[in-house]
Each structure stands twice: as C-alpha cells, then as structure tokens.
Ligand binder design. Structure first.
Ligand SMILES: [Zn+2]
Length: 132
C-alpha cells in the first residue's frame, strides 16, 4: 500500500503548510502534485486514497491534481539522456551503460496549493517545495 503512505506524507505536509502560514481558515480547493514515474505511485490510486483520507478533515472537498514527471536517465558514457525501461534493466540504449544517474522521475512534491481564506475570499496560489 504505497499510496497510503504517500497520502500520509502528503497530509503531514499540508498540515505543516497550514500551521506555518498560521492560516487555520484556509480552505484548500486544489493541491497540485508532481509525481515522478519512477516513484511507483499510481496517480489514480493516489487520488482515490487521498479523497478517502481527507473525508471529515479540514481538507474535505479539496481536489488532488497530479502532474506526472517523466523518468529520464543520463548515460555516463556519452552524457546523453534516455528513457530507462525495466526490460533493458534500465541500461542506456546508446552505450548499454547501467543506470547511474537519474535526471528526473523520483519527484514527489507539492507544486502549489490553490486555496481560499475567509478573510480574503480570493483564490490564492502558494507554491511550496518539499524535497524528499
Ligand atoms: Zn550513451
């Protein structure tokens, strides 16, 4: 149940975000999440898990939007980039070099949060970074 753990991390991040902003009246509308294809997270499943987890909480009614980040490796022989595939043990197709450097695909971070606060009643967007 990878997605359940991911959802727990996500909720912790969102709680931290709210506490840090001291904005307890914030009503989150949309959470924009970057998910790398090498994280083994199934986006649809993560959305389902998220929707179930936020029921009854302050995040009830918010929506999770996921942007998938492609899995890209760098070949250390020729310095080119490629799409690693498990069928080839993630080796580079150009030089048959083992995968040693991942350019992208391991992201799991909140890109931004769309929310409404009672005081402003305006839609604001708050980019936050969380590197794991
Ligand atoms: Zn190469």
């Amino acid at each position: 149940m990878h997605e359940v753990d991911m959802t727990k991390c996500l909720l912790i991040s969102l709680n931290e975000w709210r506490d840090r902003r001291d904005n307890t009246s914030a009503m989150v509308e949309t959470v924009h999440l970057d998910v790398g294809r090498f994280t083994c997270v199934e986006p649809d499943q993560l959305v389902t898990t998220y929707n179930a987890a936020v029921q009854g909480s302050w995040l009830d009614g918010s929506r999770l939007t996921i942007t998938e980040i492609p899995f890209i490796g760098r070949c250390l022989s020729c310095n080119g980039t490629y799409d690693p595939v498990p069928e080839n043990a993630y080796r580079s197709p150009c030089c048959d070099h083992p995968l040693e450097e991942i350019v992208s695909g391991r992201e799991l971070r909140i890109r931004s949060i769309d929310y409404r606060s009672d005081s402003a009643a305006a839609l604001e967007s708050s980019p936050i970074q969380r590197q794991r």
